[in-house]
Design a protein around this ligand. Structure first.
Ligand code: FE2
Length: 260
């Protein structure tokens, strides 16, 4: 394949004959090739690909700048956000995740962060963007921090880790849950248990995996949460979840709401 392209480049090259004395009295005629500029040649070898959504492969390699990300993503996000069904939220979230995967991490604002819920080791958060339909929270978790399990009623979150390492677990409640101020026990099922490292993404919708927790590694972790309301604000609550499952195979755990 490469040879075929090299031949094509030679066709475009300019030939010029040149005589060189190789041994005493013997002249050898050499054809000198004036090569096309390297950029032009490489463009022929590796033509610029454009993805179906109009994003060039250069964007994918080099990453999308924060401002371009916000400008490009918002119009389509608004369209997809109109469907609040289970499938509609997933279509919205997975598309958002595919765009977030292209973000150039160096262009993320690195704004002012505040400690969250007085956790120790500290977890810090700050608002990086407020828009429609989503807002973006920047977060920084210290080494060995634990952000306890909490829910996000009527909210979806697309979490992108940009630095460090954290174990994230998601849960679904089994059936109806009591009011946040109730001490009544209920059941949750673990639906994800995975490692987040720079570039990895986890999503939760208002309809699935809506509870999550983070346990951070020895180097800490940073990331962003692209957060969207799909209904009215109902607050949220932390939970206590048993360490051991009461059903090993189904990964179900006893849980209660917890205040901080
Ligand atoms: Fe959260």
């Amino acid at each position: 394949m490469i040879n075929k392209w090299l031949k094509k480049i030679c066709l475009f090259s300019i030939g010029k004959n040149e005589k060189t004395e190789v041994r005493s009295g013997i002249l050898e005629e050499r054809r000198r090739l004036l090569w096309l500029p390297v950029a032009a040649a490489s463009a022929m070898l590796f033509p610029r690909r454009v993805w179906p959504n109009g994003i060039s492969s250069a964007f994918v390699r080099e990453g999308m700048d924060w401002k371009d990300f916000l400008k490009d993503v918002s119009p389509r996000a608004k369209e997809l956000h109109k469907d609040p069904s289970i499938k509609g939220q997933d279509a919205y979230l997975y598309w958002l995740a595919s765009m977030a995967a292209r973000l150039n991490f160096d262009s993320i604002p690195n704004g002012k962060l505040r400690t969250f819920a007085n956790l120790n080791p500290p977890v810090e958060t700050g608002l990086a963007h407020r828009g429609i339909p989503f807002f973006i929270i920047e977060w920084k978790m210290s080494a060995n921090a634990f952000l306890p399990p909490h829910n996000h009623p009527n909210i979806s979150v697309c979490t992108l880790c940009t630095q460090g390492e954290a174990r994230i677990r998601n849960f679904n409640p089994n059936g109806k849950t009591p009011a946040f101020d109730s001490k009544k026990e209920f059941s949750v099922q673990e639906t994800h248990n995975e490692i987040l490292t720079a570039g990895r993404i986890n999503t939760l919708s208002a309809k699935r995996d809506n509870i999550h927790e983070f346990r951070v590694g020895k180097d800490g972790a940073r990331g962003i949460d692209i957060t969207t309301y799909h209904g009215k604000d109902e607050g949220f609550s932390f939970l206590d979840i048993d360490t051991k499952p009461n059903d090993e195979f189904n990964r179900t755990y006893r849980a209660t709401w917890k205040k901080f």
